[in-house]
Design a protein around this ligand. Structure first.
Ligand SMILES: NC(=O)C1=CN([C@@H]2O[C@H](COP(=O)(O)OP(=O)(O)OC[C@H]3O[C@@H](n4cnc5c(N)ncnc54)[C@H](OP(=O)(O)O)[C@@H]3O)[C@@H](O)[C@H]2O)C=CC1
Ligand SMILES: CC(C)CCC[C@@H](C)[C@H]1CC=C2C3=C(CC[C@@]21C)[C@@]1(C)CC[C@H](O)C(C)(C)[C@@H]1CC3
Length: 418
């Protein structure tokens, strides 16, 4: 199929071959992690303890549960919102509108789960179902991406993403062709990015904590820390939901297999790896070390939130008193770039904070296994690659002004290191 005119962007992720490899590698890695986390040696780099047969992966109940979960989150998305935000300006100069009710969805889900558990819902049985649930989520993501691909075939050219329209079926299926696929006002990408996967992640964590309590009398301190840190991260994302409208995923990337699988399967089933590991491999943790790990998480969160809020406040209103005194440089587009405050320290201070938190989430699992550090390692690779993609996009957008910013702020993520 010929790409629409004027939409040829340089291929990313290693082109069609890289996309095909990732489409295989990502689900395989996810199942490997799920299997290894419950095995005795829990070796990240070793072989899985066994290869599950289809009868262990496929369960109609798991698929039903997965679809019910999506249905519940979609219903909560459609509830009246406290605010409706406008997204960035699109190619055709219009702006889409987005409901801001993610935090409300989290609270309502917590209430429903609380009611369910007190009425006898066996939440602690969920960890036993992780394999079939992950399989069902992968299947759902695959079919969903296929439907999104077909929907994009009839979308107008102005609705297509800059990147996912190369003409290669595999590559475009992976990256996503349409920028903001919607049915009426229901925005699929925005919905998936923040709701089912993120809230599903904290629910899986909670189920693991409850199962640990059943097995050992009470949850361990390490399990409390992992649950607490990750709940804070998810609650923060939903509280500051509007900020997601300025992320690369919403502004630049199409909605294809990468994000559909990432949001619906990868996030809930691999980001809960530390809690999975702790259920099967309890780790002793004393209060002094726990306090130190809390401090690391707090420092990471402070940088992450400070940097993200500073940029969002500045982008929304540069004369806001909280950012009006910061030094900036002008660009030919009329938008300015911050060169002091968090964004004068490194070019991606928010990534630095996120990485520090990622480390704090692994430390409660001790230092004798590499497996719980998978998230930290994967996330470092993801952010380094993401930073590189963002730099290329900014260079294209801002040209000389971006070079000037790089001269003024030479480090990318870690001051004096990278
Ligand atoms: N947990 C997870 O799995 C993941 C988490 N994240 C997190 O998501 C958050 C968002 O990340 P992401 O979308 O990648 O990128 P950013 O939020 O860092 O956004 C990058 C954009 O910010 C603007 N910008 C860059 N420098 C400046 C500056 N000096 N002054 C003003 N604006 C600037 C540019 O856009 P413009 O100028 O057009 O506004 C640039 O394209 C991060 O905190 C990241 O850590 C990301 C990926 C995965
Ligand atoms: C594994 C694949 C190669 C890529 C999949 C990537 C996705 C899992 C991530 C891409 C960007 C994300 C963001 C968040 C979660 C992970 C994905 C979807 C985010 C919602 C997490 C919470 C943060 O506060 C945030 C800033 C809102 C994040 C936005 C980006």
């Amino acid at each position: 199929m010929a790409p629409p005119q004027g939409s040829r962007a340089p291929l990313e992720f290693g082109g069609p071959l890289g996309a095909a490899a990732l489409m295989l590698l990502l689900p395989v890695t996810m199942f490997h992690l799920l299997l290894v986390a419950r095995s005795g040696p829990a070796r990240l780099l070793g072989p899985p303890p066994y290869l599950p047969g289809l009868e262990e992966l496929w369960s109609p109940w798991a698929l039903l549960l997965c679809l019910t979960w999506l249905g519940l989150q979609a219903a909560l998305y459609l509830l009246p919102a406290r605010k409706v935000a406008e997204g960035q300006e699109l190619k055709d100069k219009s702006r889409l509108r987005y409901p801001i009710n993610g935090f409300q969805a989290l609270v309502l889900t917590a209430l429903l789960v609380g009611l369910g558990v007190s009425a006898g819902l066996p939440l602690s049985a969920l960890p036993e179902m992780l394999l079939p649930l992950a399989f069902a989520a992968t299947l759902t993501a695959f079919i969903f991406s296929l439907l999104l691909y077909l929907k994009a075939l009839v979308a107008p050219a102005s609705a297509l993403a800059p990147g996912g329209n190369s003409g290669s079926l595999i590559y475009d299926f992976f990256l996503g062709r349409e920028l903001n696929p919607r049915i009426c006002s229901f925005d699929f990408k925005y919905f998936c990015e923040l709701r089912p996967g993120l809230i599903g992640w904290v629910l899986i964590n909670l189920a693991l904590l409850m199962q640990e309590a059943e097995l050992r009398g009470s949850p361990s301190l390490a399990m409390w820390l992992v649950n607490g840190f990750q709940l804070l991260y998810v609650a923060d994302a939903l509280w500051y939901e509007e900020a997601v409208l300025t992320t690369m995923d919403i502004i630049h990337d199409g909605f294809g297999f990468m994000l559909a699988f990432g949001d619906l399967a990868w996030v809930p089933f691999t980001y809960s790896l530390q809690a999975q590991f702790l259920l099967y491999h309890p780790q002793p943790l004393g209060w002094p070390l726990a306090s130190f790990i809390c401090l690391i998480n707090a420092v990471g969160y402070y940088i992450f939130r400070g940097a993200n809020s500073q940029k969002n406040t500045f982008r929304k209103n540069p004369s806001d008193p909280r950012v009006a005194d910061l030094e900036t440089i002008s660009t030919a587009t009329g938008r300015r770039l911050l060169v002091s405050g968090w964004w004068g320290m490194v070019r991606h201070p928010n990534y630095l904070g996120d990485l520090i938190m990622a480390l704090a989430w692994s430390l409660p699992c001790g230092v004798f296994h590499l497996l719980p550090y998978f998230y930290f390692l994967y996330f470092t690779a993801l952010l380094v690659h993401r930073e590189d993609r963002d730099e290329r996009q900014c260079l294209q957008k801002y040209g000389l002004a971006w070079h000037e910013y790089c001269r003024r702020v030479p480090y990318r993520i870690v001051p004096y290191v990278y």
